[in-house]
Design a protein around this ligand. Sequence first.
Ligand code: GLU
Length: 487
Amino acid sequence: MEIRVRFAPSPTGYLHVGGLRTALYNYLFARKMGGKMILRIEDTDRTRLVENAVTNLINSLNWASIDYDEGPDKQGDYGPYIQSERLDIYKNHALELVEKGFAYYAFDTAEEIENMRRNSSETFGTKYNRETMKNQFTLSKNETQELIDSGADYVIRLFVPFNEEIIFNDTIRGEVRVNTNDIDDQILLKSDGFPTYHLANVVDDHLMKISHVIRGEEWLPSTPKHILLYKCFNWDLPEFAHLPLLLNKDKSKLSKRQGSVAVEDFREKGYLKNAFVNFIALLGWNPSGDQEIYSIDELIESFNLNKVNKGGAVFDVQKLDWMNKQYIKMLNPSDVRNDLKEILENSFHKHFENQYIEKIFELFKERITFITEIPEICPYMFEDIKHYDEEYMQKRWIDGTSEIMSALLQEYQLLDDFSHNELSAKTKEFAQSIGKKLGDIIHPIRLMITGKSTGAGMFETMELLGKQECIKRMKFFLETKPYMKNE
Ligand code: GLU
């Protein structure tokens, strides 16, 4: 059997992180099994249409390098892959079920349905009561036909039998049992001629030869209805695998209210694609106990649907940040150069040499979670110091420091070689000669040259800034004496 899976989002304007996880697991499974992945757009709910939603969605998938084989923008034998372009197919299938007696016409108005719900019946509860409402069962054949011919609004509903046990197997959850008494006579075709999700989804999964339906747990309650449909059409069932819910840290269902859920927001915040995908891949599954960093090839290699957890997976932004940090450290300076250049030139409105940018990245990469943090953490690498850390200055600039630093400045001025090794050796020697610890010396140097209390290696920073700039800053500090401001 050919393995064919699909990612079937409804285009709501953005790709939800849960959607990305579903897409990714489908992708990993397809690649692992040597199968095909299909992107199908489920846009039959006309009330939820959003402009550019499909383009946004495809952009987010492309960004994450989730490369499907067939889809709206890719050739395949089973398209079109946009449901609104397949309306006739669904209608014909709904009619086929009516003909076979598995579905029926119903003509109730929204008001009538509401009334019915208020007066729940013993047999049907708040479900659709096909014995009292306006439909094929309560109307004669002629009345039904007349209504249809007169252009009256109608829907087609699935006839759900009483008290039957629906049993199916879920790869992740095992056996699932639902009694049909808990299932409504689901609308299959709406009065606007569009199918509901249930009909379109099942018809397409069958026609597109989907072998495995891998989707979020929120669709589990729909599956019994789908099983009924497969039975009515006399079609073979695909395998089902419902992925665990994504949760907030407080274990509530992940929602917009507690932070971003759109993939594009994370992308904009500066998360690296590989870090984000790695993090998403581990929401519900981990190939081994302690490894956290996986390349996409490793993920494909070890993916196993049977090993996906049942329990909800916490979307822990701190862990995502940690992951991003790990990936930042692994980047080659040349990979980030262009992005960083753009960030820096936008922040400081001047031009920077490629080589300088790459060296900056090398020096500061251990200290950042996002590349966008570089202008904030070391502005002094790109412009004059605008502000000296007041507290640090009070603590580190004590009596005698000015004299010591003036002497050190003279030493530095004599240096021909301003490499960090030479600077380090010279400064150590100097500290020793005046009976101080290197640490005591470094703090005031840092203050004069960066204005900040922390930073990357001091001598590496100085080497990168260059002798002229360092001397200039030291002189400026010693002459303007910012530490005396309040005296
Ligand atoms: N259109 C559904 C969604 O928006 C697809 C559910 C499924 O995969 O069956 O997620």
